[in-house]
Design a binder for this molecule. Sequence first.
Ligand code: IDP
Ligand code: MG
Length: 151
Amino acid sequence: MERSLILLKPDAVQRQLIGTIINRIEGRGLKLIGLKLIKMSNELASEHYKAHIEKPFYKGLVSFITSGPLVCIAVEGNNAVSLIRNSMGSTNPVDSHPGTIRGDLAIDIGRNLIHGSDSVEEGSREVNLFFTPNELITYSLANEDWITEPQ
Ligand code: IDP
Ligand code: MG
C-alpha cells in the first residue's frame, strides 16, 4: 500500500493552520496512520532534504525547517502520493491553483506550509525516517467503502 509523509512546516504551526490543513487532508478521504509534533534536528533535516544539498536555498530551508515545531503525518492509501501532491499545489505558491493548500493559504516559496513526498519510493523512505514502526497504526475506516470503490 502506498505511503506518503506530510510535514506541516513551522510556518503552518505558527500561523495556527494545523487544524485547517488536516481538515482538508481528512476531508479528501485520506487515511492518517501516524501523527506527531516534533522539533526537527539538523541531522534529520539534512537527511530529509539531502536531494537539495547543492541548491542555493538549502541553508535557508534547513534553518527554517528546524526553527520551530512541525507536525509529521503519515498517510496510507491508493495513490496517496499524487493525491497529496495535487492537494498541496505547486512548490511556488505564485503558481499554485486556488483550491490547493498553498494556492489558498500561502504566497512565498520559502513559506509554503506543507511538505509531501514526491514519489512512492520517497514516500516509503520518508515515512520510515520520521516514524518508528510502533508509531504507525494500520486500521480500517468504517466508511472506507464509501470513499473507495471495493476492488
Ligand atoms: P516541494 O516541497 O514542492 O516538494 P522541493 O523542490 O522538494 O519542493 O523543495 C523543497 C522545499 O524547498 C520547498 O517546499 C520550498 O520550501 C523550498 N524551495 C524550493 N525551491 C526554492 C527556491 O527556489 N527558493 C526558496 N526555497 C525553495
Ligand atoms: Mg520535494
